[in-house]
Design a protein around this ligand. Structure first.
Ligand code: NFE
Ligand code: MG
Length: 566
């Protein structure tokens, strides 16, 4: 008999997400994704100075903190046709890449790994065997018996004292947990090490951006970092080499610990390559502009309809009309007045809460579409697009990861395995390694350009009278982000953010087609409907951020729903 399960709120994400599933015969048959939070950034921007928008939009999120600032300044620069100095591009790109690496490390270890790794089982491992296994998988310097034994002792102490803290409500001992105690212990060791490395790479954001979260160095027209190799109070060679050391150390962790962990988890959960594909229209944009006009990009993007890689169309410019003309948002199933389907330039935001009704309106998240269809965004679509574009670093890490998984699993695992819950997680780890290569390219480009005597970082914007429209695109950690601005006589007339988690967490669209979370849950096995770990695995694989997905504010503080914490 079919039954309904509700997870509200989903934890280990950002923001308030409710997931409802219909389960029949041990499998999910239907699912609904609902954004339960109401905020308000798009609306408060109206009438303000476009040069200030980035500082406001950056507060959309405390997780992908820099990305809304980047997309915002790009939207204004697009509207004005403003070029920015290459130094500003390289500095922005280094911030984007460092933030992306931090974000992907935190997601893989802190937000997602514990759906697959059983912390309690790790206490039963033979620490020496775990160290031997780690040393067999890679040359990671922190796989020593002492370090691994130390972690196990700490875990045992926690558990014996009954103080599991943040681990207290985990699904330990769940029948869907399959790793050996040794693999669990190895992953738990890297979980703790990851806390150090995510902080370390975030230092790069703080050095270049003056602080993190929420950088201070952006400006419409460039960045505010003064470059003067002789002045200790500016961006000097010493600071740049300090940054390089941080980047290199984190790179070692990503390549030698994180990539092998995801391969080991993937090989042990090979059945999860069969679940979680969902919406197979994959959309990503090129990013890391390398010239003043933003026409050459270091990381490619593109569109793949219906998972058919033979129909891949590269998108080589963020100014490609295919993006401007084909992105819409629909609100038939979202709590806004009406049931329209519009370009963000033409949207308005009129909230109208009518209660949760899975047949009608059930979410604050709008449903974006590309060419009239839902699209999946994120590291998986991006990695597949970069792979098909022949991007060398992506090819290297995809091929290496698939080959490690194949040898551990004892069977050939191809790129098709990526269209799945576990593939989505692996793609994020691969993208993290690619970002490490990219940040090194940006660092070298900056050093070389400064070496030529070019220290420019800013071109002043000029606002003509009349109306200008622009879009700022960015391939953020969770996928395609776009900020749409309409400027009239130097003031903001309309502002819409279409955010990665809006694409993936969106409800059914105006044609009643499910969004990516909803589609990916259908067919997932459910071993125990009271402990729906499998639902969390698939939802977490997207790295949800509902803070980003909805940007309205309820200034009357009306209670909207009561939530039960699992
Ligand atoms: Ni708040 Fe974000 C990213 C943006 S939304 S985390 O990446 O933009 O998914
Ligand atoms: Mg929006």
């Amino acid at each position: 008999m079919a039954r309904k399960i509700t997870i509200d709120p989903v934890t280990r994400i950002e923001g308030h997400l409710r997931i409802d599933c219909e389960v029949d015969n041990g499998k999910v048959t239907k699912a609904w994704s609902s954004g339960q939070m109401w905020r308000g950034i798009e609306t408060i921007l109206k009438g303000r100075d476009p040069r200030d928008a980035w500082a406001y939009t950056q507060r959309i999120c405390g997780v992908c903190t820099t990305v809304h600032a980047m997309a915002s300044v790009r939207s204004v620069e697009d509207a004005l046709g403003l070029e920015i100095p290459v130094n500003a591009q390289y500095i922005r790109n280094m911030i984007i890449a460092a933030h992306g690496m931090h974000d992907h490390i935190v997601h893989f270890y802190q937000l997602c790994a514990l759906d697959w790794v059983d912390i309690v089982s790790a206490t039963k491992a033979d620490a020496r065997a775990a160290a031997t296994l780690g040393q067999k998988l890679s040359g990671w310097k922190r796989n020593s018996v002492q370090e691994i034994q130390g972690v196990q002792d700490r875990l045992k102490k926690f558990i014996n004292s009954g103080q599991l803290g943040i681990f207290a409500s985990g699904y330990w001992g769940h029948p869907a947990m399959k790793l050996s105690p040794e693999v669990n212990l190895l992953a738990a060791t890297h979980y703790l090490q990851a806390l150090e490395y995510q902080r370390q790479i975030n230092q790069v954001v703080a050095i270049l951006g003056s602080k993190t979260p929420h950088v201070q160095n952006l400006v419409v027209g460039g960045v505010t970092n003064p470059i003067n190799l002789d002045s200790p109070s500016t961006l000097t060679i010493e600071k740049l080499f300090n940054i390089k050391t941080l980047i290199d150390e984190v790179g070692d962790f990503i390549k030698e610990a994180m990539l092998t962990d995801v391969a080991a988890i993937g090989a042990n959960y090979a059945d999860w390559t069969q679940y979680g594909a969902g919406v197979l229209n994959y959309l990503s944009v090129p990013d890391m502009p390398m010239d003043s006009k933003s026409t050459i990009f270091e990381m490619p993007g593109g569109y793949i309809p219906n998972g058919d890689i033979s129909k891949f169309s590269p998108i080589t410019s963020q100014k490609d009309p295919v993006l401007y003309d084909n992105i819409k948002e629909s609100i038939k199933h979202a709590w806004y007045d009406g049931d329209w389907d519009r370009s963000p330039f033409e949207e308005e935001t009129e909230p109208n809460y009518t209660g949760y009704d899975s047949e009608k309106k059930y979410s604050w998240v709008k449903a974006p579409t590309f060419m009239g269809k839902p699209a999946q965004v994120g590291p998986l679509p991006h990695v597949v697009a970069m792979y098909l574009s022949g991007h060398a670093a992506t090819k290297k890490y995809v091929d290496a990861t698939l080959s490690t998984v194949s040898s551990l699993a004892g069977t050939t695992v191809g790129i098709d395995a990526l269209h799945s819950t576990i593939g989505r997680i692996a793609a994020r780890v691969i993208r993290c390694a690619v970002l490490h290569e990219t940040i090194t390219v940006q660092w070298q480009a900056l050093i070389d350009n400064i070496g030529k005597g070019d220290t420019d970082t800013f071109n002043a914007p000029v606002f003509p009278s009349g109306e200008q429209r622009g879009v700022g695109f960015h391939e953020a950690p969770r996928g395609l982000l776009s900020h749409w601005i309409v400027i009239e006589n130097g003031k903001i007339k309309n502002y819409q953010a279409v955010v990665p988690s809006t694409w993936n967490a969106g409800p059914r669209n105006n044609d009643d087609e499910p969004g990516p979370y909803e589609a990916s849950l259908v067919g997932n096995p459910i071993a125990d409907a009271e402990l729906p770990l499998e639902v969390l695995r698939t939802v977490h694989s997207f790295d949800p951020c509902l803070a980003c997905a909805i940007h309205l504010v309820d200034n009357k503080r009306t209670p909207l729903s009561k939530v039960k914490v699992l």
